[in-house]
Design a protein. Structure first.
Length: 162
């Protein structure tokens, strides 16, 4: 909606229908592949991985005083203090590797996962039911946003020379 208003400011304050947009039903990714429209949602991912979209979901955690920090440190490092990758036991290292390479792939960065990733890993280590399809979906959305930002800031090599 915001993009439509940027293109045509006269649409400000109008409903989705008045803008010619479909009604909002749920959060989804819309695209097309070879001209075939595709819609990806949490339900789509749940069907593909054959896992119900239920369980705990905690995401968007920030701040050094977050209440999750001592919880995940206790689970991952067996201490209330933050440790290092070398302090993980073999089970935690294995689950982190599976998480980073299969469930929520990381582009780059250090060995210590973000707080969001640590909470997700905490759910597996404690065998607490996590909403895996929703985590994967949110990860997809964040990666799409990041790639769109990179495309907007991309300068072709030829333009650098001119």
């Amino acid at each position: 909606m915001d993009e439509k208003v940027l293109i045509d400011p006269s649409l400000k304050g109008k409903t989705r229908a008045e803008m010619g947009l479909e009604p909002f039903r749920r959060e989804e990714i819309r695209s097309s592949l070879l001209g075939i429209p595709m819609v990806i949602s949490v339900d789509t991912i749940a069907r593909v991985i054959k896992r119900a979209s239920e369980g705990r979901y905690v995401y968007g955690l920030k701040g050094k005083n977050n209440s999750w920090i001592p919880i995940v440190n206790r689970t991952m490092f067996h201490s209330f203090d933050k440790g290092k990758y070398k302090d993980f036991d073999i089970r935690t290292k294995m689950l982190l590797k599976i998480q980073n390479e299969n469930l929520l792939p990381k582009g780059s960065g250090g060995d210590i996962p973000s707080l969001d990733h640590r909470v997700f890993l905490h759910f597996f280590l404690t065998r607490e039911k996590a909403n895996v399809p929703k985590y994967i979906f949110k990860h997809l959305i964040n990666n799409l946003k990041d790639s769109q930002i990179l495309q907007k800031n991309f300068v072709p090599y030829g333009r650098l020379l001119s």
